[in-house]
Design a protein around this ligand. Structure first.
Ligand SMILES: NC(=O)c1ccc[n+]([C@@H]2O[C@H](COP(=O)([O-])OP(=O)(O)OC[C@H]3O[C@@H](n4cnc5c(N)ncnc54)[C@H](O)[C@@H]3O)[C@@H](O)[C@H]2O)c1
Length: 270
């Protein structure tokens, strides 16, 4: 069902890899709500070709961008402004990559070169995108920027590895830049801390199924799905949440404030 919440709004969605991606489902939902979208992903991810299917469905151009490259980000913002004929209204940062996890390195034995790459792609990229937008005055007054994060930024989830540090940094960038961009142009910047969700990035975490079941048992409402997340993102891109900025917003069915649940106690008593 559409409420036309994003009618007349334009924005960039990063990170739609395949139909399970949170970004993919969000792009469809934003389109349904009337938004015009530019899609982007790393050139290497595009070789899979999946993103073109989404682009066709929502009539969006696809502009490649490796978010760790200044040149790519500059090119993306320039081309997006050309496409929209000026500044735009929203950005979804839905990007995560742990090089150490990919290489099978545990948290206590990480390679610092890989770690720098992880932090650059997963967190500093938000700063790079925002700084480029600020320089080019690419975002309209009261624009909304959302980045996706996970509760491992606040609490220990041992196999989340270096991504916990990356998410803590991402949330800090959102807060700090939110201050500066808010003062300058009323641009609001928030992170959404999402429940575990079955996607390519999610399933890359060791023991993901156990992880997901545990969260389900610990959340009074159950885990939030990617579709639920897309709805929440639409609300944050809309004018209905105009005064929300610099927040880390838990979207997790109550997981973050539950100490223990009856379901988990029952399991422990077995
Ligand atoms: N799946 C979960 O359980 C979960 C939970 C909380 C938060 N998140 C976060 O949600 C976001 C989206 O992940 P997802 O679960 O939809 O998985 P996904 O694998 O579908 O998306 C991750 C995206 O990051 C992109 N990416 C990686 N390196 C890049 C680079 N150098 N330049 C540009 N893009 C790059 C990938 O191509 C991919 O599209 C991530 O930030 C993730 O950490 C996921």
């Amino acid at each position: 069902m559409s409420y036309n919440l994003l009618k007349g709004k334009k924005g960039i969605i990063f990170g739609a890899l395949d139909e399970n991606s949170i970004a993919w489902i969000t792009a469809l939902r934003c389109h349904e709500e009337g938004a015009e979208i530019v899609l982007t992903n790393a050139p290497v991810a595009m070789r899979m070709g999946e993103i073109n299917k989404l682009a066709e469905k929502i009539n969006a151009p696809v502009i490649p961008c490796d978010v760790s490259s200044d040149d790519d980000v500059t090119n993306l913002i320039d081309k997006t402004m050309e496409h929209f004929g000026g500044s735009f209204d929203f950005i979804l940062h839905s990007i995560g990559m742990s090089v150490n996890m990919r290489k099978g390195k545990s948290y206590t034995e990480i390679d610092y070169g890989f770690n720098a790459k992880t932090l650059d792609i997963s967190a500093i990229s938000l700063h790079r995108i925002l700084a480029t937008c600020m320089k080019k005055d690419a975002l309209k007054e009261w624009s909304s920027v959302v980045a996706l994060t996970y509760i491992a930024a606040q609490r220990v989830f041992p196999d989340y590895n270096e991504m916990a540090d990356a998410k803590a940094l991402l949330e800090s960038v959102a807060r700090s830049f939110g201050y500066h961009y808010g003062l300058k142009k009323h641009v609001r910047i928030n992170t959404i801390s999402q429940s575990p969700t079955r996607t390519t990035a999610g399933s890359g975490v060791k023991g993901f199924d156990g992880f997901m079941n545990y969260a389900e048992f610990m959340s009074p409402l159950g885990n939030a799905s990617a579709a639920d997340c897309a709805n929440y993102i639409v609300s944050l891109f809309s004018d209905l949440t105009k005064m929300v900025t610099m927040q880390n917003l838990f979207h997790d069915g109550g997981f973050s404030l539950t100490g223990v649940s009856h379901a988990v106690i029952e399991q422990m008593e077995k």
